[in-house]
Design a protein around this ligand. Sequence first.
Ligand code: GLN
Length: 191
Amino acid sequence: MTRAGVLGLQGDFAEHLHTLRAMGVDAVDVRRPQQLDEVDALIIPGGESTTIGKLAAQYGIIPKLLARVEEGMPVWGTCAGAIFIAKDVPGHPHPIAGLMDMTVERNVFGRQVDSFEADLAIAGIGPEPFHAVFIRAPRIASVGPGVTVLAALADGTIVAARQGRLLATSFHPELTDDQRLHQLFLSLAKG
Ligand code: GLN
């Protein structure tokens, strides 16, 4: 059985743990590098990417995370987590893991509309639209050749992408009851 970890340094890791446990998945909060050896997949939650990056560097998480990804461990970054796993984040003041070949821009939706919801068509989870919650969200500004775009807003802004076993979403699937993206992610750990 798959054991899923959620990076619990900062942000809404408790909501991801709640969703995973509601699905019957063995899920644990990961805070120390050694714990990465005890999980088959890792979610990096939303929150503040600056704080997550700073703490991840301080706790020595990043080198171990890179090694586990090299071994094939799936990683999913949601919102701040998507920022943390991007290779390129213009102007980010703290270390990031730099796993996924994409450029992510922070806080692009402006102050007045810094939170909104949208129904998205997402490749790989079936035809029903996914109700997505965006909170001071980033956008995926561009992706490299090995990255597949899974979802975009009506204006073309990329908000979900996949590269092999790496998944990034600008929004927060842990804040709604729809478990399809968590299911898609967990399926990557089995293959
Ligand atoms: N604005 C946050 C950041 O740039 C991300 C917001 C979120 O995760 N909901 O880190």
